[in-house]
Ligand binder design. Structure first.
Ligand code: ZN
Length: 172
């Protein structure tokens, strides 16, 4: 079932999400629905708050480059109660979009490499190291669990002019 997305001014996007205490059928169903919702809009990541659920869960599928140079959608990964254990001093900048702020892209600078820990849908805790775009993809979704949106990576002044722009777009 496709879920309704929460958009920019929705308060659910600003809340710090709750830790997940157990994995049950309801959670598995939610993940299925989130994958369907993400695929329907060609997204590469979706966090639970974006579908009005304030819990620490997101899905991500950063594109992978095939040996022939073509980019293809990656495998969908599920991250429950994710944590960032280490992040590199080296930084990188990507133009990021967000399903909660449609048709809007912003350059965001983040660490190039991170070591993370999370739980999967089977309840297994795992660690992995991500670098390049998958690291940015992870941190973007991770931010959602703490009520942070891409615009928060800009100064207040820059954000104000952006908000004006977003309001204008929302009104037509
Ligand atoms: Zn987003």
């Amino acid at each position: 079932m496709k879920l309704n997305l929460a958009y920019y001014s929705d308060p659910v996007l600003r809340k710090k999400s709750e830790r997940i205490e157990g994995i049950d059928d309801e959670l598995r169903k939610l993940v299925d629905d989130m994958i369907e919702t993400m695929n329907a809009v060609d997204g590469i990541g979706l966090a639970a708050p974006q579908v009005h659920r304030s819990i620490r869960l997101f899905i991500a599928c950063p594109p992978v480059q095939k040996p022939n140079g073509k980019w293809e959608p990656g495998r969908v990964r599920v991250y429950i109660n994710p944590e960032i254990l280490e992040s590199s001093q080296e930084m990188q900048t990507f133009s990021e979009g967000c399903l909660s702020i449609p048709n809007f892209y912003m350059k965001v600078t983040r660490p190039y490499k991170i070591k993370i820990k999370a739980c999967d849908l089977y309840g297994t805790i795992f660690e992995e190291t991500l670098s390049g775009f998958p690291a940015t993809n992870f941190m973007h979704e991770f931010d959602h669990l703490n009520g942070i949106l891409i615009v928060d990576h800009y100064s207040e002044e820059e954000r104000k002019s952006l908000e004006q722009l977003l309001r204008l777009e929302g009104s037509n």
